[in-house]
Write a protein that binds this ligand. Structure first.
Ligand SMILES: NC(=O)c1ccc[n+]([C@@H]2O[C@H](COP(=O)([O-])OP(=O)(O)OC[C@H]3O[C@@H](n4cnc5c(N)ncnc54)[C@H](OP(=O)(O)O)[C@@H]3O)[C@@H](O)[C@H]2O)c1
Length: 411
């Protein structure tokens, strides 16, 4: 559909030109969120014109072929691959396009530091900490899909945001939902913030079944299509634990006012309850392109290729309390949030190592909470320590090494 035809189709569009002129950097463009972000940008260009949402930079970890393909289609000024061994291949693939090529960990951080209006942080895991901080230091809009970085380094992020005045917009569907329900305001009048959880593929499995669950079964999420690590986190409910810590950071809601409800249909993403008895909810089809589009256009809204919600087709919406006995990761995350300091840093690092070991079939699914718990116990001193960037990176490295040893013992 041409841009003009689309305008006629949609009717009189409000003037979105300042929103559509915003330049965007996508960190982690080859992952699940990255690909969805580029599809929202491509859709905006189809609807509003080829100049919409110009892209400054794309970055990836090691998937150079997808990065080349994306760069040729979306036309950023710069494409960066973290794996330095892939630089020659990236340069070859971009020859004749005029797109700059870069490689290495520091080049990813530099890409985040380049001038752009919005930075989508969609790198997986604690590897996002330094690039996200480089974007925040510029005082621009940071669309934060990555949750591990604020779990591991929430105190450092809070100080960086206060210093630069950056606007950090949550992309995680539940937090984006809370952000929309709060209307950008604060959460001081809120009695309770409830995040919903699908319950993952093992929602109704017994412990005996979960003990022998394969990585293939764990990543087969019933509602969402996501990267492997977050899919395993969803299966163990660690994802919801990380999200509670993320909500505590983003909305300054005290731990005792945060709650989780299992909602297998993944249509209601949050419930915000006030003292007058009102509970406000956010609903959408389970499609990450909705929160991504909201973060790119905030405080306005743009068209997105997301699936529309069809409640008649959905039929029933059901809710139940989470089972802490079968899903121990949730309790471990709650304990770490309560302890504060570097405990969430250790929790996150141990979980990243345990999930990687599980995905590579070196430990079992139920070993994941064991590894996390033992690493947390070994790092008991971490709880009381205030967060600095160096302290976070050191605690992260220590916890990874301890968790690695525990995985080796269990293997
Ligand atoms: N997927 C979802 O629906 C969803 C929803 C809410 C929140 N999130 C959060 O969003 C983040 C991304 O999730 P995802 O599912 O999109 O993950 P993913 O599919 O695994 O993609 C991760 C991205 O990060 C890149 N990357 C990995 N390690 C890197 C490193 N050391 N340095 C630089 N880049 C690196 C990957 O590059 P390669 O492709 O080259 O490896 C890829 O582009 C996670 O923090 C997740 O918790 C995801």
């Amino acid at each position: 559909m041409s841009a003009l035809a689309a305008k006629r189709h949609i009717g009189a569009l409000p003037d979105l030109s300042p929103i559509l002129a915003r330049s965007v950097t996508v960190l982690g463009s080859t992952g699940s969120i990255g690909v969805s972000t580029l599809s929202v940008i491509a859709h905006a260009r189809e609807i509003y014109g080829a100049d919409a949402l110009p892209v400054e930079a794309l970055t990836a970890g090691s998937n150079v072929d997808v990065l080349i393909e994306q760069a040729r289609a979306i036309r950023p000024k710069l494409a960066v691959i973290a794996d330095e061994t892939q630089l020659a291949r990236l340069k070859d693939g971009l020859a004749g396009t005029g797109i700059e090529a870069g490689a290495g960990r520091v080049a990813v951080i530099d890409a985040a530091a380049r001038p752009s209006d919005t930075v989508m942080v969609a790198i997986m895991g604690a590897a996002a900490i330094e690039p996200a901080l480089a974007a925040i230091a510029r005082g621009v809009t940071v669309a934060l899909a990555n949750k591990e970085c604020v779990v591991a380094a929430g105190g450092v992020f809070r100080a960086a945001i206060e210093a630069s005045g950056a606007s950090v917009l949550p992309v995680d569907s539940e937090h984006n939902a809370v952000f929309q329900v709060l209307g950008g305001g604060d959460a001081s009048e809120v009695e309770r913030v409830t995040l919903t959880a699908s319950g993952g593929p093992f929602r109704e499995w017994t412990l005996e079944q979960m003990r022998v669950a394969t990585p293939k079964q764990a990543v087969a999420h019933p509602n969402w299509s996501m990267g492997a690590k977050i899919s395993v986190d969803s299966a163990s409910l660690m994802n919801k634990g990380l999200e509670l810590i993320e909500a505590h950071f983003l909305f300054a809601v005290p731990p005792e006012k945060l709650a989780v409800l299992v909602h297998p249909q993944s249509i209601v993403h949050c419930l915000v309850t006030y003292g007058d008895g009102s509970t406000l909810a956010h609903l959408s089809a389970p499609d990450m392109r909705t929160p991504i589009a909201y973060a790119l256009a905030w405080p306005r809204r743009i068209a997105s290729p997301s699936r529309q919600l069809d409640l008649a087709a959905a039929g029933q919406l059901t809710f139940q309390a989470p089972d802490h006995d079968r899903f121990r990761c949730l309790g471990l995350a709650l304990d770490s949030m309560g302890k504060g300091g570097l405990a969430p840093t250790v929790l996150n690092a141990a979980n990243e190592i345990a999930v990687d070991a599980y995905l590579n079939e070196r430990i079992g699914f139920l070993d994941i909470p064991l590894v996390v718990e033992e690493t947390l116990n070994a790092a008991e001193r971490a709880n009381a320590q205030a967060q600095t960037l160096d302290g976070v990176l050191a605690a992260d490295a220590r916890a990874r090494s301890q968790a690695g040893e525990i995985c080796a013992r269990l293997a």
